[in-house]
Structure formats: structure tokens, C-alpha cells
Design a protein around this ligand. Structure first.
Ligand code: PMP
Length: 352
């Protein structure tokens, strides 16, 4: 086929590879950072109350009920909230809206693998900044002139978070660019900077219902930012699609937000399981980073990540390992239920 038939830069794009989907329900799936618990019973009630006839109608064009509920939860206004089909969609919209300078955008070298995909696709120049040997992000690296900054907090796949001091210093030193903080895992961590939206009009904070709210299949994500930045995101959102979210997604997300007790209880359960699992893995000779997420990033002192991955896979447990420089010997293990983690630890103990 003639080269003219596709955009040349697409050749450089490495499509994001999602965790392998098991072929049956018996597989323990710990490879996509999904929540092991179901969404709130209030979500179930919404779905059970639906009639097929409702699908005739278009959804709310601006997801106003959801935006209002989200704004209220974090002490902002609806005009400070943008919603999209998962935070991937929201992040892609923000990249499209804000990263259009000749200067490169900056993000850590070990981070969420979608950032380079969007940069290549949208022809955004970028420069990665090396995290240190302990995978810590150095604030000094993010003080040079740039066309924007993206930091996931906590970072993935390292599972490490930064605190308020880091984020404030980042914002103070980047007042002429847009700073995106990707908070996909923040509910399992220690610090969300969403409050700083009131202070910094160059800050965009993205979050998701996929992890802490068990709604990955529903595809709901959001951004919080100044009203001006949100208006630009509205302007470029999937260009002329007036309906960024479907009606069922809007209503289930609102139902999830109305059940704060359930949300807090499941997050606490995942965190407790995470910390117990990390402790036991350390006793087996793993270096496990101090996770602020719903997954563990770990390396064994003797066995390779690939060996462990393969053994677990043969025993019906799917985890991730990374075929990339610096992290090629690390496993990323999503936190499942206590029973799932016990089984995983049992299998690890057979080889470690
Ligand atoms: N940011 C990070 C750091 C992630 O790991 C993920 C999940 N793969 C996302 C954003 C996107 O999640 P979602 O689109 O499901 O909201």
C-alpha cells in the first residue's frame, strides 16, 4: 500500500497493550489494576431499575448531574469539572487542548505508557526525565522551560507517590505551562492536589472511576481545573461528539458517589490486603516498593520477573511484567481479594 495512505508518524506509535484477558472465570486476574470488589450496591440498583425503552433517548449532553456531584465532593463548581470516557479519554483531551508548543512536554521516563502514544499521535514534542535508582521523581528535573508537564501521582507502574510539597514546587516553577497531575490511583494514596485547582489556574487534575470505584467497564473519568481550562477541554472533546458519556455511565457514576461509606470501606480493604501482601512478599526475598496504589511493584532477589510471571500464569494467576529497560525484572501485581492474594502467595512460596 502506498505510504501516502497513512500518516507517517503513526509508524512510531507503539499501541498500549492491556493486560491479557483470561479465557475463563477460574483465572485470578491481577494484571490490569482492577478492583476485586463489585461497585456499590447503589450502582446495582440503578442498573436493575433500567428499562430498555430508556435507551431510545440521548444522554445528558454535558453530564451536568455528574459534574455537579463531583464538584460538590471536592469543594469546586461544576464549571471546574470535565467528564469523559475513562481518564484515558480525559487525558487525551487535555493533551490535545493544552500541549501545542514547540517546546517539549516533560514527564518521568518510567511512567504510564499511554503518554508517549498520545504524543506520537498528536505530534507533541516530549522529553522524558529519568527517575532515580529507587524510582523517585526528582523535582529539579521539572524546572527547565517546557511545553507542559505530566506527573502521575501516584506513579504507575512504580506505585510511588509524591506529597503536597513536591506538587506545589512543581506548580510554582511551571507557571507558564499547563501541569497535568494524573491521579488515577490517588484514592489508595496519601495526597490529592485537587484543592490546589483553586490556587493555580494552570493545574489540571485527572481522576477515574475505574480503580477505587470498581467501574472500569463503565469508562468514566474526570478532570478538575480552572473554569477557563475546562472550557478549552469542552471545546476540543472528541471534537463534535456532543455526548461524551452514555446515560448509564452518568447515572451509575452518580450512584457510586452517593455511597461514600461503601467507597471508603472497599478502599481500606484493598489497602490492608496490599500492605499484608507486601510484608509477606518481602519475607520471601522480594524488594517491594512502598505502594500508594492498588498494585505492588516488586522484584525478587534471585528469580527473574519472567520466571515468576510464567510460573504464576501456569497456575492460573495473571500478573504483569515489563519488557522495558530498567524495569524488565519487575512484576506489577494488582491487589485482589484476601483469598486471591493468599493463593498467589502460596504459589510464590513454591518457587521463591
Ligand atoms: N492513568 C494511569 C496512570 C493509569 O494506570 C490508567 C489505567 N490504565 C489510566 C490513567 C486510565 O484509566 P481509565 O481510562 O480506566 O480511567
Amino acid at each position: 500500500m502506498s505510504e501516502k495512505l497513512w500518516r507517517k508518524n503513526l509508524i512510531n506509535i507503539e499501541p498500549y497493550v492491556a493486560g491479557e484477558q483470561p479465557k475463563n472465570d477460574k483465572i485470578i486476574k491481577l494484571n490490569a489494576n482492577e478492583n476485586p470488589y463489585p461497585p456499590s450496591p447503589k450502582v446495582k440498583a440503578i442498573l436493575e431499575g433500567k428499562t430498555i425503552a430508556e435507551l431510545r433517548k440521548y444522554p445528558s449532553a454535558d453530564a451536568s448531574v455528574l459534574r455537579a456531584a463531583l464538584a460538590e465532593r471536592v469543594g469546586l463548581k461544576s464549571e471546574n469539572v470535565f467528564c469523559g470516557n475513562g481518564s484515558d479519554d480525559v487525558l487525551a483531551t487535555a493533551f490535545r487542548a493544552f500541549f501545542n508548543s514547540d517546546k517539549p512536554i516533560l514527564y518521568p521516563d518510567i511512567t504510564y505508557s499511554f503518554y508517549p502514544v498520545w504524543c506520537e499521535l498528536l505530534k507533541i514534542p516530549y522529553k522524558t526525565k529519568s527517575v532515580d535508582d529507587d524510582f523517585v521523581i526528582n523535582i529539579e528535573d521539572f524546572k527547565e522551560p517546557n511545553g507542559g508537564v505530566v506527573i502521575p501521582n501516584p506513579n504507575a507502574p512504580t506505585s510511588l507517590g509524591v506529597g503536597e510539597k513536591f506538587i506545589r514546587e512543581l506548580l510554582e516553577n511551571n507557571q507558564d505551562s499547563i501541569v497535568i497531575i494524573d491521579e488515577a490511583y490517588v484514592d489508595f494514596g496519601r495526597y490529592s492536589c485537587v484543592e490546589l485547582v483553586k490556587e493555580y489556574d494552570n493545574l489540571v487534575v485527572t481522576q477515574t472511576f475505574s480503580k477505587s470505584r470498581s467501574l472500569a467497564g463503565m469508562r468514566v473519568g474526570m478532570a478538575f481545573a480552572s473554569a477557563e481550562l475546562i472550557s478549552y477541554m469542552q471545546a476540543v472533546k472528541d471534537s463534535y461528539n456532543s455526548y461524551p458519556l452514555d446515560q448509564i455511565a452518568i447515572e451509575t457514576a452518580v450512584a457510586s458517589l452517593s455511597d461514600e461509606d461503601y467507597f471508603k470501606a472497599t478502599v481500606e480493604k484493598v489497602k490492608a490486603t496490599r500492605d499484608r501482601t507486601a510484608k509477606k512478599m518481602r519475607e520471601m526475598g522480594f524488594n517491594v516498593l512502598d505502594s500508594e496504589t492498588n498494585f505492588l511493584f516488586a522484584q525478587h532477589e534471585k528469580l527473574s520477573a519472567k520466571e515468576i510471571f510464567t510460573y504464576l500464569r501456569e497456575n492460573g494467576i495473571f500478573v504483569r511484567y515489563f519488557n522495558k529497560p530498567r524495569i524488565d525484572n519487575f512484576l506489577r501485581i494488582t491487589i485482589g481479594t484476601d483469598e486471591e492474594m493468599e493463593l498467589m502467595l502460596e504459589k510464590l512460596s513454591e518457587i521463591c
